[in-house]
Design a protein around this ligand. Structure first.
Ligand code: ARG
Length: 563
């Protein structure tokens, strides 16, 4: 049983007039471990009991059954509970040893689907750091919710539709070079796009041509479609290289284009429900009653649909296809207004499941303290950056462990893990400065630090030739191991809090705390020395490594056994 609940239950027996819930809320974690693991403050009873809190504390303690505790004592107005370290460590270690990586698996999700709208870069445009954040955060959330028993569906809602494809077609037909695009798709396509936009300023007829080509594309014209398909395929080759590096995969690449033939239904439904209004020739949905000032623009005066029209079709399609329990959009905070509109329109349409949709925003990344800007040349190109992280990791491994086997694979795990972990360790709404040196450092709150703690434990276990036995009793009662036991015991709650708040940083912070607690233990304790507790110390090490590895896995970070 959860230890907090166990303590609250004991108190409830002694003070029947208090609800269990009330007691749970009152229990505090003392500032100092010498005051126990949890404390019950008696202040709130002073009024009804008409007694001083310290008198109440000593009266309650008389009625408490202390058999399951190491010690229960009244200190002033508090009752301090000391958990039975031996008993609880034995339970926790046995649980981890029998479950292995499945420790803390839950069935809250009961196999229900959760849709993740994630990554979603735009065809023929560079993959931005915002797309990286979306990819990494959503992938971690998907892993975390899978551990809770949900079934994640990872959807890459590619930006592969819109008038810009008319522009690209015109530009390619005028100036394009097939081989150059194939060699360097996004760079070449972007150049064409930038050039046509510049030339269109002088020569508006290019805009008109582009509009016509986009209309052709929407109508399924063969030439337009095959060019569009080719731009998309070539861009995806490039994006997929990055996804392979990051070890992230998707269940669906249905992007905006996929909904081209599914938008009429949305417009019809909105019309049927009398929700469309005309405004300056355009069709809009008024959302004032939701406190949203700007109406949602569904169809432009020339009949073209918009980003939100495609998102409406996508939301409905996902509900029908996956019958999701939740539908999560991991997209930068700058699109917050869009997602408010999206949910409000669906609500107006009578879809109560729109309440299950959540926009999970995140903050901006800076470089050397400055905002990223393609125009000002302050950009982070992801492929070379990942390669640089891997080569820095390799250099550190060369220095620390030159004889390591499969250095390449380990360097890759460390370099890529470093970037992901750094992104995930801060509250997602706080941006961060993209500092490769800090990311790849083995010191501080970094991925390599946690990976290194895990690898060190594996090396201890190898040295001892230790195999944890499911039927053995391992238990410990010193204060350093107790910190580790309490952390391991909290892992299921950590996962639930991370999921409830859509906040992978809770898992990352947990991994840092656990690695730090183990390093402290390691500094204080001679784990391998012969003594009756040796096996229990090794079992604790094994359990720590198992949970560290699992926490890293949830974050999409590998944990090499040696580094
Ligand atoms: N392609 C968009 C962009 O790069 C992100 C799409 C987010 N997802 C969505 N369903 N609107 O800004």
């Amino acid at each position: 049983m959860d230890t907090k609940l166990m303590i609250a239950t004991e108190i409830a027996k002694a003070v029947p007039e208090l609800e269990l819930e009330t007691i749970l809320n009152l229990l505090e974690k003392p500032k100092n471990a010498t005051m126990g693991d949890l404390a019950f403050p008696a202040f709130s009873l002073a009024k009804s009991w008409r007694k001083a809190p310290n008198v109440i504390a000593s009266e309650i303690i008389e009625k408490i059954d202390g058999t399951n505790f190491e010690k229960v004592e009244a200190v002033g107005p508090y009752i301090n509970f000391f958990l039975d370290k031996e008993q609880i460590s034995a339970q926790v270690l046995a649980q981890v040893i029998s479950a292995g990586s499945h420790y803390a698996d839950q069935n809250i999700g009961e196999g229900r689907n959760v849709a993740f709208d994630m990554s979603s870069p735009n065809i023929a445009k560079p993959f931005s750091i915002g797309h990286l954040r979306s990819t990494v955060i959503a992938d971690a959330l998907a892993n975390i919710m899978a551990k809770q028993g949900y079934k994640p569906v990872r959807i890459n809602h590619l930006g592969d539709w819109g008038k810009q494809f008319g522009m690209l077609i015109v530009a390619y037909k005028k100036w394009g070079d097939k081989a150059a695009v194939e060699a360097n798709p996004i760079n070449e396509l972007l150049k064409l796009y930038v050039r046509i936009n510049a030339e269109a300023e002088e020569n508006p007829s290019l805009d008109e041509e582009a509009r016509e080509w986009f209309l052709k594309l929407e109508a399924g014209d063969e030439e337009a479609t095959s060019l569009w398909q080719w731009f998309r395929d070539e861009s995806l080759v490039e994006f997929n290289r990055l996804y392979t590096e990051l070890n992230v995969s998707f269940d669906s690449y249905n992007g905006e284009a996929f909904y081209n033939d599914k938008m009429d239904e949305i417009v019809d439904l909105l019309t049927e429900k009398g929700l469309l209004e005309e405004s300056q020739g355009a069709q809009v949905v008024n959302l004032e009653k939701y406190g949203i000032e700007h109406p949602a623009l569904i169809k432009k005066s020339d009949g073209a649909t918009l980003y939100i029209t495609r998102d409406l079709a996508a939301a409905l399609y996902r509900k029908r296809t996956y019958d999701f329990a939740k539908s999560i959009y991991v997209v930068g905070n700058e699109q917050a207004a869009h997602f408010k509109q999206l949910k409000a329109v669906l609500k107006e349409m009578g879809y109560d499941w729109s309440d299950d949709m959540t926009h999970v925003p995140f903050g901006l990344v800076t470089k050397e303290g400055k905002k990223l800007s393609t125009r000002k040349g302050n950009v982070i190109l992801l492929e070379p950056t990942v390669a640089e992280a891997v080569s820095r990791a390799k250099a550190q491994i060369e220095a620390k462990n030159p004889n390591l086997a499969n250095k390449e694979a380990v360097a890759h795990a460390v370099g890529v893990g470093a970037i992901k972990f750094y992104d995930l360790k801060t509250d997602r709404m706080n941006g961060y400065d993209f500092d490769l040196e800090a990311m790849v450092s083995f010191e501080g709150e970094t991925g390599p630090y946690v990976q290194y703690a895990h690898a060190r434990i594996q090396s201890i276990l190898r040295k001892a030739d230790f195999v944890a036995k499911a039927d053995a009793t391992y238990s410990l009662n010193d204060t350093e191991s107790w910190e580790i036991i309490k952390l391991i015991q909290s892992f299921p709650q950590v996962i639930n809090r991370a999921s409830d708040n859509f906040e992978p940083s809770i898992v990352a912070k947990f991994a840092i705390n656990l690695a730090q607690a183990f390093n402290k233990y390691y500094a204080h304790t001679r784990i391998l020395d012969e003594s009756p507790e040796r096996d229990s110390r090794l079992a604790l090490s094994y359990a720590t490594a198992t949970v560290l590895k699992e926490a890293l896995r949830l974050l999409g970070v590998e944990a090499p056994d040696e580094m």
